[in-house]
Write a protein that binds this ligand. Structure first.
Ligand code: MG
Length: 311
């Protein structure tokens, strides 16, 4: 994608226009962040989601889930008007309001969504995984090799969702069944194919290099900037190692306390770590950055009468 080459740097300074007038956007991981890691509940974050929607601040899911899993979820979350990033950055979905007349063909997916594939075809990834497994004599199980029942047991998803999780377009999750040294050998072998390995909450994911969450978020911020004419203040929230590139691509980052022992150490100057896990941590993180010191966002939208009296 041609826009990719000029993606804004993560450290780009927030522009000097009045902060109250500057557009904003939120990019967020789902599992263990906006959604509870076990129950997939998001109710503690719902009041902030409603407030951001009312203020016209896009909330963009950035997830390892597939497009097939995400389509019904974004309806549940009320995020059908905003883009999404699926499969850890390999798939970007743009609703009509985010499309560019010259750059995007009209969407033929559901709801006129334009789908961008940023990385490598899934058939290529699967073929290379099979070859390396044999050649290096290493042990792992690809998601495509698991039955729907096994995916259900590993993830806690119901049957419909487990089937949707197996509909991959640009990344393949796998369960690693070998030691650390073999993992490094495997990682090095994948590099030669232009592939990379990233660690999620449950699986390792293999995908095209430079099609990670951060690259996809940089691309979307650039798209937002060209459509709106000014760069947004961006807030990112995540709980896993595969969120680090996304968190480093935004101005303000939140690491949500995880239900795991994995290290999540993004190099952000503006970084907040939550006390709470999952969607409660999500709400805590948004409130930390935007709840107190920003009048426009802190005002309760349904309290207009009180506001007008104050003015
Ligand atoms: Mg997560």
């Amino acid at each position: 994608m041609s826009e990719h080459a000029n993606a804004p740097l993560a450290s780009a300074a927030i522009s000097s226009i009045d902060p109250a007038l500057q557009p904003r956007l939120v990019v967020t991981d789902l599992d263990g962040s906006l959604l509870d890691h076990h129950s997939y509940d998001f109710s503690p974050a719902a009041p902030w989601l409603a407030r951001l929607k009312q203020l016209g601040v896009p909330v963009i899911p950035v997830t390892s889930k597939t497009r097939a899993e995400l389509i019904p979820l974004r309806e549940t979350l009320g995020l059908t008007a905003t883009p999404f990033i699926a499969e850890n950055g390999a798939v970007i979905g743009l609703p009509p309001g985010w499309c560019h007349a010259r750059l995007d063909r009209p969407g033929n997916a559901q709801d006129g969504i334009v789908i961008k594939h940023t990385g490598v075809d899934i058939g290529f990834i699967r073929a290379r995984l099979n070859i390396w497994r044999k050649r290096l004599n290493i042990h792992f199980t690809r998601m495509g090799e698991l039955s729907t029942q096994e995916v259900m047991e590993l993830t806690g998803l119901d049957e419909t969702r487990a089937k949707a999780a197996r509909q991959r377009e640009g990344s393949e999750p796998l369960i690693w069944r070998d030691d650390e040294a073999a993992l490094e050998t495997f990682r090095h072998a994948l590099e030669g194919d232009g592939l990379e390995l990233t660690q999620g909450g449950r699986f390792w994911h293999v995908m095209g290099r430079a099609s990670d969450k951060g690259s996809a978020v940089e691309w979307l911020i650039k798209r937002f900037t060209s459509l709106r004419g000014s760069q947004p203040v961006s807030l990112g929230l995540g709980d896993g190692p595969n969120d680090i590139t996304m968190l480093e691509a935004v101005n303000q980052a939140v690491v949500i306390k995880g239900c795991h022992d994995l290290q999540v150490e993004p190099h952000n100057v503006s970084l907040y770590r939550t006390q709470a896990t999952g969607p409660a941590g999500w709400a805590e993180g948004v409130a930390h950055w935007w709840g107190r010191d920003n009048g426009r966002l802190a005002e309760v939208p349904d309290n207009k009468a009180a506001n007008s009296v104050a003015v």
